[in-house]
Design a protein around this ligand. Structure first.
Ligand code: ADP
Ligand code: ZN
Length: 435
């Protein structure tokens, strides 16, 4: 039976949600216009006044906010309340440049934690669960968000933070953790370590994992589920909109419900900024309608996905987003072809390799090169040089079928690729060094 943290709102009718969004949006636009000079200027430049926004149907009239705006407004230019009313900050992991600082009032924290509590209950969690939070704590939002959510549900929370892998496994076993929260790449590493310590999923009590903060494939999901003996669920969020819990998967494992009472989602064409009809693939844009301290309107996430309102068997009515398979700026253009790292991950796992890989892109004599380093599996360890060369060719050809361009594949010894405890860094684009 499906479980909910706030059933009334999680299962509200479309009309109820729309009415709530309309009311909250109107209030939020006024709050931002009155208190954030940076955004007021953007609105003035576009000739939009708060009175022009009467419902979500007018959302498209508002200007976008981009990461560049946030960097320009660093550190307090987007703050909408006096600093003394804030109780916490978090900051992006800085994957793509200068950090962004987000502020929270106590009410902002409560709502964020409630969103994470919904995620925990959506995977079957309740107050009897022991939640091991192995996302990083500190400035990163992962640890704080799921920790707060676990407290709201009433779970025993193990605030492990990331790293110290042997201790993670020991506590997982000795304290009988039932739900694991961390990045998918760290979950894969924990699964690998469990087996190396001579344990199997039968030795632990884990039943579910809530994994996010980086792109991961369906193949990766299955591989983690097998190695840890659990069901693996996706969770999505970004520092700019509070952190994880903006959207979360239910037991249907088919897309993430967006918490629509707090966020309005739009899909736009990343090149023209035009709003696309529901069901189209494009860039996800969020408007926070309940945030007090850091209320971003029409924030461009650069994450590419599709929204769907198909009825979900879990009973929740909130719109679902597909797994973002990389940001628009994760995409590499290699020899004129668009390549997402996730496509390569899919092929590797399908072909029976581990999710330990590194992609190197370079430019030699004006030609782009693509090198994929993949670890040999234990079974292949005793293969001869000739056998390995054949496997490298086979894998290169499978990747070529997926991407349309040929990589050079290097099978490297097991354990030679650095494991990730947080967000994995899998691509090294050396072309940027020459530019
Ligand atoms: P940074 O931008 O520095 O990485 P964040 O730590 O806030 O800052 O990361 C947010 C980004 O992480 C999202 O915009 C998205 O690209 C990625 N992300 C978060 N959750 C997921 C997920 N479940 N699947 C894929 N990507 C995700
Ligand atoms: Zn659902």
């Amino acid at each position: 039976m499906a479980r909910y943290y706030q059933q009334d709102i999680e299962c509200a009718s479309r009309e109820q949600i729309k009415a709530l969004q309309d009311e909250r949006l109107v209030k939020q636009v006024k709050h931002v216009y009155d208190n954030v000079p940076y955004y007021r200027n953007l609105m003035d430049e576009k000739g939009v006044k708060p009175e022009d926004i009467k419902s979500t149907d007018d959302l498209h009239k508002l200007p976008f906010i981009t990461k560049a705006d946030l960097r320009e407004a660093y550190p307090t230019g987007m703050l909408a309340v006096p600093m003394k009313d804030c109780v916490e900050i978090h900051s992006t992991s800085g994957t793509t440049g200068k950090r962004v600082v987000a502020f929270y009032t106590q009410k902002d924290l409560d709502i964020w934690h409630e969103c994470c509590a919904r995620a925990i209950m959506a995977v079957g969690g309740d107050e009897n669960d022991v939640v091991q939070v192995a996302y990083g704590y500190g400035l990163f939002t992962g640890g704080a968000g799921l920790d707060g959510g676990a407290h709201k549900v009433g779970c025993l929370t193990l605030p492990m933070s990331s790293g110290n892998t042997d201790r993670q496994i020991q506590f997982m076993k000795d304290l009988e953790a039932t739900i694991l929260c961390c990045t998918p790449s760290y979950a894969a590493y924990l699964g690998e370590s469990l087996h190396e310590m001579g344990l199997t999923p039968d030795d632990i009590k884990l039943k579910a994992g809530i994994f996010g903060a980086e792109p991961w494939t369906e193949e990766m999901r299955r591989s983690i589920e097998k190695s840890l003996g659990i069901k693996a669920y996706d969770i999505y969020g970004l520092t700019e909109t509070s952190g994880p819990g903006v959207a979360y998967e239910c037991t249907a494992q088919a897309g993430m419900h967006i918490n629509e009472d707090h966020f309005i989602a739009e899909i736009i064409d990343p090149d023209t900024g035009e709003v696309l009809p529901e069901g189209s693939k494009g860039e996800l844009v969020f408007t926070s309608i309940t945030k007090e301290a850091f209320p971003l309107l029409r924030y461009r996430t650069r994450d590419i996905c599709v929204l769907s309102r198909e009825k979900c068997p879990c009973g929740r009515t909130h719109v679902k987003m597909t797994k973002p398979m990389g940001r628009s700026d994760d995409m590499m253009i290699i020899r004129g072809v668009n390549v997402f790292p996730s496509q390569i991950e899919t092929v590797l796992l399908e072909q029976g390799y581990t999710p330990n890989y590194r992609i190197e892109v370079d430019r030699v004599n004006n030609n782009d090169t693509l090198d994929v380093f993949v670890e040999l599996s234990n079974e292949m360890f005793s293969d001869t040089v000739k056998e390995i060369a054949i496997k490298e060719k086979e894998l290169a050809s499978a990747i070529k079928t997926m991407l349309g361009i040929s990589p050079k594949v290097h099978l490297v010894p097991a354990k030679s690729i650095t494991r990730s405890e947080g967000k994995a860094v899998r691509v090294i684009d050396k072309r940027k060094l020459h530019d």
